[in-house]
Design a binder for this molecule. Structure first.
Ligand code: FCB
Length: 477
């Protein structure tokens, strides 16, 4: 194995060569409860913040909601059969908190838990390893009404919920991740307001980020006590942040955004401290008085693995008066204290989300986590792309999505070659689904979903991925 402190030759990602992954590499695909399940009012489920948000006029494109989504709640056995046909070794799904603990407090809802018991049994019956995420953004609405993630008590409620899911599923689920992308929950949910619950207060966003991590730590402790053999982790969304030029002011802009996007979470979770420069940058927003003695020990409770979601890179430049590009998720207060930093586009190819395609950024990201934070096993728990698809004669030939996956798997392989203990990769997403504020207008799936008929069509990328899994690597091109 080569030296992980040496950067890889990221410009030379073995394009076209045959690449084999280490034995046992975990090949999977991911989804999330609110994005696919539908059945929003069935089986005792009560509203989450995403039900409320999506039903509020103007919050999602065309007013789309997750009421029906991919109707996975009713089609689950067929969907698992499809996963088996694709040869998935693992399936990453999330549990809907308001389905299993309506209202977010008190007793479990047996009918809700039963859905996940059946899902897990179905997966195991097909030889697919279940990978369970406890929180993919669907906070029970009554907990939001009581203050949401900016309120400390929500962290304790999350640990109770984790305990209840561990009691029900701990005997058959080995891999657990607590939170999915706490940056999005905190800074899009309470900062920019682009995501549920749609609040816009910089200090609340920072508090939410802390309480999400506190809830994570408490949940890890509860899970560890309940299931000592379980493999426990968290999923963070990370970006390389690159200055647009050599100018010191651009470098400082990059430092600030890196602190908010990456180090805000990595440092407390894996080092037990907030970065000093981040605290200084946020001085006008908060005095961090919400952080109590002992919190950071809880937040940094030892883990077994770290999940990394990777989509793109941020390229940033120092503020210039009157020049602030503002796609929805960069709206003011999404970057508290650094609202005026400019996000620059480089003119490289982008996906249908407008996100720049940057496979070498995945190598950089994984190497950084390994070098600066931990030698724990890493998993890419999400990676994928939205493109506009066309169904032609019952087929979807998504060459652009396939190329994205291919480039990023080459990057994943380069990271392993450079010494990163990367143990698995989950494509986002198994199927097209409710893409949050974008509703059904953005398609990330390897499987096409016709939302009128709920028919599923595996796209070319799905067929290709099945072959990657079968040969545990990429064929020469
Ligand atoms: C991630 C989310 C996932 C999906 C992808 C495109 O931020 O975790 O639910 O929306 O982006």
């Amino acid at each position: 194995m080569s030296d992980p402190s040496r950067p890889p030759a990221v410009g030379l990602l073995d394009q076209g060569a045959e690449l084999t992954f280490p034995p046992g590499f975990l090949w999977g695909a991911a989804t999330a409860a609110y994005q696919i399940e539908g059945a929003a009012t069935e089986g005792g489920r009560t509203p989450s913040i995403w039900d409320t948000f999506s039903h509020t006029p103007g919050r999602t494109v065309a007013g789309h909601t997750g009421d029906v989504a991919c109707d996975h709640y009713h089609r689950m056995p067929d969907d698992v059969r499809l996963m088996a046909e694709l040869g998935l070794a693992s399936y990453r799904f999330s549990v809907s908190w308001p389905r299993v603990q309506p209202g977010g407090r008190g007793a479990a809802n047996p009918e809700g838990l039963d859905f996940y018991r059946r899902l897990v049994d179905e997966l195991l019956g097909h030889g697919i390893e279940p990978w369970l995420t406890l929180y993919h953004w669907d906070l029970p609405q009554p907990l939001e009404d009581a203050g949401g993630w900016p309120a400390r008590d929500t962290a304790a409620r999350f640990a109770d919920y984790a305990q209840l899911v561990a009691d029900a599923l701990g005997d058959r689920v080995r891999y657990w991740t607590t939170l999915n992308e706490p940056w999005c929950s905190a800074f899009l949910g309470y900062g920019s307001g682009a995501h549920a619950p749609g609040r816009t207060d910089a200090a609340d966003a920072v508090r939410a980020g802390h309480h999400l991590m506190l809830g994570h730590g408490l949940a890890v402790q509860a899970l560890r006590a309940a299931r000592p053999a379980a493999r426990l982790g968290v999923t963070v969304n990370l970006y390389p942040v690159t200055p647009a030029s050599d100018a010191p002011a651009d470098a400082d802009a990059a430092r600030r955004i890196d602190a908010l996007a990456n180090r805000f979470f990595l440092d407390p979770l894996l080092r037990g401290a907030y970065p000093e420069d981040l605290r200084a940058d946020l001085a006008a927003v908060t005095d961090f008085g919400h952080v109590r003695d002992g919190d950071l020990e809880t937040v940094s409770t030892p883990l077994d693995l770290v999940g990394v979601n990777y989509y793109s890179r941020h390229v940033v430049a120092a503020p210039v008066d009157g020049e602030q590009p503002e796609p929805y998720w960069r709206a003011p207060t999404c970057w508290p204290g650094s609202e005026d930093v400019r996000f620059v586009t480089r003119g490289v190819p982008v996906t249908d989300m407008g996100w720049e395609i940057d496979a070498p950024g995945l190598v950089e990201t994984l190497l950084r986590v390994r070098r600066e934070y931990t030698d724990l096993p890493l998993y890419v728990t999400e990676n994928g792309s939205a493109f506009v698809d066309a169904v032609v004669d019952g087929r979807v030939d998504d060459a652009d999505r396939l190329a994205y996956f291919d480039a990023h798997l080459r990057a994943a392989h380069a990271a392993i070659d450079a010494g990163v203990p990367l143990r698995g990769y989950f494509a986002w997403s198994l199927m097209d689904n409710f893409e949050w504020a974008w509703g059904y207008t953005k398609r990330f799936g390897m499987v096409h979903v016709d939302y009128d008929t709920q028919a599923r069509i595996p796209k070319s990328s799905a067929r290709w991925y099945a072959e990657v899994i079968r040969r545990n690597g990429l064929a020469a091109q």
